[in-house]
Design a protein around this ligand. Structure first.
Ligand SMILES: [Fe+2]
Ligand SMILES: [Fe+2]
Length: 162
C-alpha cells in the first residue's frame, strides 16, 4: 500500500491570480489531484474502482473551470483567447483519449495518470493562466471585505462588441 505523499501539490501564493472564483477553482483542481494521489495504492483493481467513481466528475469540473476562463476572455476581448482555448481543448481531448484507452482495457497505473494531471495543471496555471492574471485583475472589482472578484457586471463593463 504505497501512498505517494511526495507527489502531493501544495497551494502556493505564486499560483494565485488574487481573484476569488478563479483561485478557488484552481485550488479545487489541485485538491482533486491530491485526492487521486491519495488513492494510488499500487493495486489496479482498487485504483480502477476509484478512477471510475471520480473521473467523470473531475473532467466535468475541469470543463466548468475552462469555460469560466474562456468566457471572461472572449467577452472582454483578451488577445490570448484562441491560443488559450486551444490548450484547454487539447488537454480535454488528451484526457478523454486516455480514459477511453483505460475503458477498453489498457492497464491503469493511477500514479502515472495523476502525475500527468499534476504536471499539466501546474504548468498551465504557472505559464498559460499567468498570462491573463494582470488582465483579469483589471476587470475585477474589490469587494468591501477586501477580496477581488469578477462578476457578470465586471465582465459586461469590459465587454467588447461581438
Ligand atoms: Fe485555469
Ligand atoms: Fe486556463
Amino acid at each position: 500500500m504505497a501512498n505517494n505523499p511526495i507527489e502531493l501539490v501544495k497551494w502556493s501564493p505564486s499560483f494565485s491570480v488574487g481573484i476569488k472564483l478563479i483561485d478557488e477553482q484552481h485550488q479545487t483542481l489541485l485538491n482533486l489531484t491530491n485526492d487521486m494521489f491519495k488513492h494510488c495504492v499500487g493495486e489496479e483493481k482498487a485504483e480502477r474502482e476509484y478512477f471510475e467513481r471520480v473521473i467523470h466528475g473531475a473532467v466535468e469540473y475541469v470543463k466548468v473551470h475552462f469555460a469560466t476562463e474562456e468566457k471572461i476572455m472572449l467577452k472582454t476581448g483578451f488577445s490570448g483567447y484562441t491560443e488559450h482555448k486551444k490548450e484547454h481543448e487539447n488537454f480535454v481531448l488528451n484526457v478523454v483519449e486516455q480514459i477511453q484507452a483505460y475503458n477498453s482495457g489498457k492497464r491503469l497505473v493511477l500514479n502515472s495518470f495523476t502525475r500527468f494531471l499534476k504536471e499539466w495543471i501546474l504548468t498551465h496555471i504557472a505559464v498559460s493562466d499567468k498570462r491573463y492574471f494582470e488582465y483579469f485583475r483589471k476587470i475585477a472589482t474589490r469587494k468591501e471585505n477586501g477580496t477581488l472578484s469578477i462578476s457578470h457586471d465586471d465582465v459586461a463593463a469590459h465587454a467588447v462588441e461581438a
